[in-house]
Design a protein around this ligand. Structure first.
Ligand code: COA
Length: 174
C-alpha cells in the first residue's frame, strides 16, 4: 500500500541521494542540487521548495520537489525534481505521487503546474510519463541543458474543465 508524506527529516538527505542516484538519469551536480535543497530546507534557509515523498512497505521509494513559482501569478507551481527509485519504476508510483500532488495543490488554489525536462532520447519515457499525467508541451528551448539537449517545458492546466479531463484520463489509465 502506497502512502505519502510531506515532512522532511534528516534521514531524507540520504534517501534523496540514493533515489536520485539509482535512476541513472542525474549527474553528480543534479544530485547535489537535490540534496542542497533538502539541507537548506532542514535549516530553514529555503522557503521556496517543498518535498512530497511516496512510501511503500515502510520504504521511501519516490519523491517530488516542487514549489510556488515566486515571480509568476498566484496559483502557478513548478515541479523541480521527480524521481522514483530504479527498482520501483514503472509500477504506477510516480503517477500516484503526481496525482496526490495535483490534488494537494488544487486545494491550495493552484491553476497551473509547470515542469521542465530534457529533449534527449533518454528522456522519452519521462516525457511520455508527463503526457500521461495530463501535462502538455508548451515550448522547447534548444541547447538549454547541453548543445544536443534542449529543455521541454510542459504545463498542466488545473482549471476545472482541464482538471476533470485529466482526472478521467488518470482513472482510465489506472
Ligand atoms: C519519470 C518517473 C519519475 C516516473 O515514475 P514511475 O514510478 O516510473 O512512473 P509510473 O510507473 O507511474 O509510470 C510509468 C510511465 O512512465 C514512463 N516511464 C518512465 N520511465 C520508465 C521506466 N524506466 N520504466 C517504465 N516506465 C517508465 C512510461 O511512459 C510509463 O508509462 P506506461 O505505464 O504507459 O508504460 C521515473 O521513471 C523516474 O524516476 N525516471 C528517471 C528520472 C526522471 O526522468 N525524472 C524526471 C525528471 S524531469
Amino acid at each position: 500500500m502506497l502512502s505519502f508524506r510531506n515532512r522532511l527529516t534528516k534521514t531524507d538527505i540520504n534517501t534523496i541521494r540514493n533515489i536520485a542516484n539509482s535512476t541513472g538519469f542525474f549527474d553528480e551536480n543534479d544530485v547535489r542540487i537535490n540534496v542542497d535543497i533538502a539541507e537548506d530546507l532542514l535549516c530553514h534557509k529555503d522557503t521556496c521548495h517543498k518535498f512530497l515523498f511516496a512510501e511503500y512497505k515502510d520504504q521511501t521509494v519516490a519523491y517530488v520537489c516542487y514549489g510556488k513559482v515566486p515571480d509568476a501569478k498566484d496559483g502557478t507551481y513548478e515541479i523541480y525534481w521527480l524521481s522514483t527509485h530504479n527498482e520501483y519504476r514503472g509500477l504506477g508510483i510516480g503517477s500516484h505521487l503526481i496525482n496526490h500532488l495535483i490534488t494537494k495543490l488544487r486545494k491550495k488554489g493552484a491553476e497551473k503546474i509547470y515542469v521542465k525536462t530534457d529533449s534527449k532520447d533518454q528522456y522519452a519515457p519521462t516525457r511520455r510519463f508527463y503526457e500521461k499525467c495530463g501535462f502538455r508541451l508548451q515550448a522547447v528551448l534548444p541547447g538549454y541543458y547541453d548543445d544536443n539537449d534542449g529543455c521541454c517545458i510542459y504545463a498542466l492546466n488545473l482549471t476545472r474543465d482541464a482538471f476533470e479531463n485529466c482526472q478521467e484520463q488518470y482513472l482510465a489509465a489506472e
